[in-house]
Design a protein around this ligand. Sequence first.
Ligand code: C5P
Length: 311
Amino acid sequence: MAESASTGERVRVRVPGKINLALCVGPRRPDGFHDLATVFQSVSLADELTATPAPAGVVTVEVAGADAALVGPAEDNLAVRAARLLAATYAPDAGAHLQIVKGIPVAGGMAGGSADAAAALLACDRLWGLDVGTEALLDLAARLGSDVPFTAMGGTAVGHGRGERLRPVRVDHVFHWVLVTSGTGLSTPAVFRRFDELHPPQDVADPQIPDGLLEALQAGDPVALAATLRNDLAEPALDLRPDLGATLGAGTELGALGGLLSGSGPTCAFLAADAEHARALADGFRTRGVGRDIHVVEAPGSIGFPHAGRG
Ligand code: C5P
């Protein structure tokens, strides 16, 4: 957990995006969410958020970076909601200006909005000198969205519940991935809705982490890991966006060890044998003109809390 900072400072936090190595979806619950068994892993694409003091009750946001134009209005920004929730709970007289530099694709299934919310919680906690503690911050994170607790924590974790119940997993090996983004986003609720239409609840089993996945991660074995990758949202996402089938097919043709949709998509993630293989795959995607942007990343990427720093 990061140290507290006194009011009046500038606090900068880098928070990475994620992929789900497995996203196994259970039946829809009475609250509308789905129970998940998932394995989250951070990747080395991060957003950077800087918080500076603002008058009491004022929370503003400015967004820059590659995908800034795709980010919605400030009132809908999850980082603003996070700062307001923290203030409402612990510091009603606090205010903050938030500056976000996007490195994570927007609306890509990589938890970019969730990462910004996690960054806002941590940065404002320090800016306002609250030091509310990891448990309390993770609690607020879960209220903001299913992926926010993981993006606050980073690294690798098994997620249950709606994704907010986390068990960190130690992984000492680095895996090499190529991420292929799409020009158009996909709505997470729409993908889950299509999942429900395709799978009546009585046909959906309780979700389980695929056998061998955690062992492959811990052994640092990308071939074994590729054989265990699974995303139950791929079917409904491809139903809504059949063009993503061509992206996934291109990965197979180019020799990726495995490929899958990231979260609810539309970003697709392809596992490579090593860094050189990842660069070759990326060149292949670029030559074919597949996708919007191609990113070569490492996973697990840098983690959230320990990367908080005063800038
Ligand atoms: O929690 P979050 O705000 O990210 O969820 C967005 C939407 O995705 C939810 O409103 C719900 O429709 C769907 N969802 C779900 N089951 C989950 C996580 C998200 O149905 N475990």
